[in-house]
Design a binder for this molecule. Structure first.
Ligand code: PMP
Length: 293
């Protein structure tokens, strides 16, 4: 992924993609002092640009990292990077990390670096394909408690268990993995939040030890605009036996129907279809996206 044309915004300037490297003694590499964002541009417009910028700064604060740019400066830099790379439908990755000025657990005098990369990511929306649903493994890893890890931050270190879970899942032929939390409650997938539907209502875990995703919040608003009740609550794994539909939400996942989680099965139906369509209409800029039928 590192050997290609294009530009990466690197501490305030656009650098050739290939030259956007860092030192092996970077604190972030050894101690996971990195926070990042994943965002998407549709038809040349970044969906929820400002929310992503604010979350990056907030994630940094949680990890005791003061990002040396304002939210507005970072947002402008995202747009500059998209333009420099001629990206219209693409993914944007902003990342901030501690540099290599000192080595050890304490890292107060390390520089906080910031980079922004973007690459093509057309929105392939094939509703019929997606409505078949994806299959999820149930991970052996648990999302940590909020006093074990900075669960409100989009922090690199939290993805260690996600990568291990996803590798296990893919080895077994699943598309992704669902993680329970430290109490044994249903939490989220490796890079997306989860919703269930039953009797015309949506149920989703309370985000008290995982990211309250920007897509999650958007989909809750879309559901409410449709008159669909959304219940945020504790969900026990055995309750998954009673749900009719299930889908994931995330910047990359958008709204992705799920057909299986471990031993539990779901049939993507009208709620999945409606919210997939409303979400795509919203992100691609149709103003009346949530108008009632
Ligand atoms: N949970 C995790 C672990 C994620 O990586 C993501 C993707 N950022 C989400 C949830 C969904 O967040 P968002 O909707 O803001 O992309």
């Amino acid at each position: 992924f590192d050997n290609r044309d294009g530009f990466i915004w690197f501490n305030g300037e656009l650098k050739p993609w290939r030259d956007s490297t860092l030192h092996v003694l970077s604190h972030a590499l050894h101690y996971a002092s990195a926070v990042f964002e994943g965002e998407r541009s549709y038809n040349g417009k970044v969906f929820k640009l400002a929310e992503h910028g604010e979350r990056l700064i907030k994630s940094g604060k949680i990890l005791d990292m003061t990002i040396p740019y304002s939210a507005a400066e970072l947002d402008a830099a995202v747009l500059e990077t998209l333009k420099a790379n001629n990206i219209v439908d693409g993914y944007v990755r902003r990342i901030a990390w501690r540099g290599s000025e000192m080595m050890g657990v304490a890292a107060q005098t390390t520089k906080i670096n910031v980079a922004i990369a973007t690459w093509q990511w057309p929105s392939y929306f094939k509703p019929e394909e997606r409505l078949k649903g994806i299959r999820l493994d149930l991970s052996k890893w648990a999302r940590p408690a909020p006093n074990t890890a900075p669960t409100d931050a989009k922090a690199a270190g939290l993805y260690m268990i996600c990568t291990m879970s996803k590798h296990d899942a893919e080895r077994k032929g699943y598309a992704d993995a669902m993680l329970l939390d430290y109490r044994g409650h249903v939490a989220e997938a490796t890079g997306a939040n989860v919703f269930f539907a039953k009797d015309g209502k949506l149920h989703t875990p309370t985000p008290d030890c995982f990211l309250n995703g920007i897509t999650r919040r958007t989909v809750i608003d879309l559901a409410k605009a449709r008159g669909i009740e959304v219940i945020e609550r504790t969900i026990l794994p055995e309750e998954m036996a009673d749900f009719e539909e299930c889908f994931l939400t995330g910047t990359a996942a958008e709204v992705t129907p799920v057909s299986e989680i471990g031993q539990y099965t779901f049939t993507p139906g009208q709620i999945c279809k409606t919210l997939m369509e409303d979400y795509m209409a919203l992100v691609t800029g149709q103003k009346d996206a949530v108008a009632a039928e």
